[in-house]
Ligand binder design. Structure first.
Ligand code: 13P
Length: 268
């Protein structure tokens, strides 16, 4: 049986003071049983603050991105070593807000959702391998845009992203990866993917892993759903057999909502 993993992606929300207030609100509201693993992914600058506050709690720490080099002349980048030192065990990789695969030569800086940080299947693979090599658990995001869904390309895009992310990854390492199926059109829009469709695509992620690594690795890999997960839809999503948890954006910034999503995880 795979555990349920609920991760909060705070995105660019949370000064240290705000992060502290959110956690102090959240911690007493979380269920005390072990129905789900709970991860929070604050901005880099709040990682140390959050790490201090989650000592002796059930909450685990993740970052929102990582560079694949350990050190060097890479202005603005953060290495796996830095994340480990600050207490991270998880790292989100390849979020659609960081991928720039829309073929837009000049990003639209006023677009409601930016996708201009230049990640692609190659950089996602490098980041994922670097994370695994250092013992971090990657939460690797995959998912199609609205245009790709309307063109009937969902399965091809998602399977390609999964295969590319796992290129040159050994089976025992692949088994540790958490995938997050996040259809781009469902992120921050309030438009959640129907539970049966989310279950189908999460199943496709697992099948893609199985084709490459066999049943044991496929059975070990966790596949989360992300995109407008809220307290009122979490229970149905988390009850799906192929969905092993949620990657939560907006609702992870509200303590009561995030705690309710954790509480919606099935009790095994
Ligand atoms: P929302 O939950 O705000 O739709 O964001 C989802 C997401 O992008 C999590 O990584």
């Amino acid at each position: 049986m795979r555990s349920t993993i609920i991760a909060g992606n705070w995105k660019m929300h949370g000064t240290c003071a705000e992060a502290e207030a959110l956690l102090r609100d959240l911690l007493p509201q979380l269920p005390t049983d072990d129905r789900a693993l709970v991860i929070v992914c604050p901005p880099y600058t709040a990682l140390a603050t959050v790490h201090r506050l989650i000592q002796n709690t059930r909450v685990l720490l993740g970052a929102q991105d990582v560079f694949w080099k350990e050190r060097g002349a890479y202005t603005g980048c953060i290495s796996p070593l830095m994340l480990l030192e600050i207490g991270c065990r998880y790292v989100i990789i390849g979020h659609s807000e960081r991928r720039g695969r829309f073929g837009v030569p000049e990003p639209d800086f006023d677009a409601p959702v930016l996708a201009h940080f230049g990640d692609n299947n190659v950089t996602v693979n490098r980041k994922l391998r670097a994370a695994l090599a250092h013992g971090l658990v990657p939460i690797c995001c995959v998912g199609e845009t609205l245009a790709e869904r309307q063109a009937g390309q969902t399965d091809t895009i998602v399977a390609d992203q999964v295969r590319a992310a796992l290129q040159d990854v050994q089976p025992e390492q692949a088994a540790r990866v958490i995938f997050a199926y996040e259809p781009v059109w469902a992120i921050g829009t309030g438009e959640v993917c129907q539970a049966d469709e989310a279950n189908r695509v999460c199943g496709l992620v697992r099948q893609t892993v199985q084709q490459q690594y066999g049943t044991d690795v496929a059975a070990a890999v966790h596949v989360q759903y992300g995109g407008s997960v809220k307290p009122d839809n979490a229970r149905e999503l988390l009850a799906q057999p192929e969905i092993d948890g949620a990657l939560v954006g907006g609702a992870s910034l509200k303590a009561a909502d995030f705690a309710a999503i954790v509480a919606a995880a099935p009790v095994s």
